[in-house]
Design a protein around this ligand. Sequence first.
Ligand code: NDP
Length: 498
Amino acid sequence: MVEQRLLHIDGQDVAASDGATFLVRNPATGEALYEVAHGTAEDVDRAVAAARAAFDDGRWRHIAPRERARTLNRAAALLAERIEEFARMETLQIGRPLREMRAQLKRLPEWLEYFGAVAQTTEGSSPDFGAGHLNVVRRVPLGVAGLITPWNHPLLITMKKLSVAVAAGNSVVIKPSELGPIVPMELVLLLEEAGLPAGVVNIVPGLGRTTGKALSEHPGLAKLDITGGTETGKVIAANAGRSLIPVTAELGGKAPVLIFDDADTDQAVAGALFAAFVATGQTCVQGARILVQRDSYERVVTALVERTRQLKLGDPLDSQTQVGPLVSEAQRDKAADAVERARKQGATVLTGGAVPTGAGLSQGWFYEPTVVAGVTPEMDLWYEEVFGPVIVVAPFDDEADAVAQANDSPFGLAASIWTQNVGRAVRVSRGLDIGIVWVNDHHRIDPSSPWGGFKESGIGSENGLDAFHAYTRPQSLIINSSDAEFDWFATVEDLRYS
Ligand code: NDP
């Protein structure tokens, strides 16, 4: 039985203006799960108008930040009660193992709590304007933000953007990924249940090339916040640029994992395996290039390949499954094509490199976890983001070589350094042209910690105070505190007017 889902605009569930819909399928079986209204440009326009009306009449932004924080805390509590239900819904739509979705979603109430706390503790400033004036600078919300989100962490990424946007007093229109829109839609209903006024958050699912395009071209936005591929980010940022709309963009990556000779090998291998294959490799910070210092290369790669072979593929709802299917046939074909090209260009597949044939794997978009050696910068696989369970292993000589290889990428999103030498970790991190660097860890995230890439990995960051600032702007209030009279044209004295 295929469930129907509608757009949510101004607190109402509504059909698309032309009645169009699209199907959301289970990638483990191909079965249709939901039939979802497909928002048109007219629907996007209605959603932006509703968000603007909610912003202009102050139904949310003029509520004291401490009250806004109370609403967000109520939403956090409601969300905490629904983690299991939402985790299952995410797993059914995107195929990530239930264990992963539970672990990820359990943390999401923290974003509502954190940004609620930031909203109520953020203070303005009072610059020295001279004796005759008092200058008060307040941070005020921007207006209507457009949020465009991907499928790989449907709720996490929606939450990262939404929590800060509404905590700061903005209104939003969300365009979730067509592959995983349902839980972000549930989040909007949950926020309204917690007391968020109708119209503040609107959600218009649909395809990127239609609904997403309409949102990114809408001149009524005050900000556009996108997570997606680098090419999508460039198109969207160009659209926004035509209306001088500021953009935050979290884009692609090809994260290096640097394993030094002095690392704890077991921990480094476990870390590399996690970095490489969690989410079936479909994360922006996937450890896609495992760079190992030459003396320990054979030992580390042998252990990594052995553990990769043991990973259990299967039904993502089964708690024993470690690696699920890819999200779609297209994504699976992209992974297979990247491996075939690497083979033709002279690389060696150490394990994986095929569509698995085991029981229960024939229906979904599965691909074997794959480790490829002998990849050089002349080959596509060194640079391209596969966004699947395919990684490269390569040796390096010393710190300088590790840094040079790590930086040899159009991306600069994330890296991890595995070493027992603290000084080395600091030295190497200083050389990396990369936004997020973990030491003896990978893929750790916190609402308070900036998350953003350098180079082609994006513009700006999510999380933390920087993100809050990027959802507000300073308004300068200059109060005349002098009782001296001022009449420029009634006198010839040299008064100061500026
Ligand atoms: P896409 O770039 O395909 O899509 C991202 C979003 O943009 C989706 O909602 C998509 O809609 C929409 N979109 C696509 N084309 C357009 C367009 N022309 N105009 C407006 N909107 C458009 O990315 P994926 O969803 O495949 O996500 C994977 C990518 O996201 C990877 O490159 C990954 O590295 C990156 N990512 C980055 C993160 C970071 O923090 N830096 C975190 C997670 C992912 P639709 O899905 O309906 O096509």
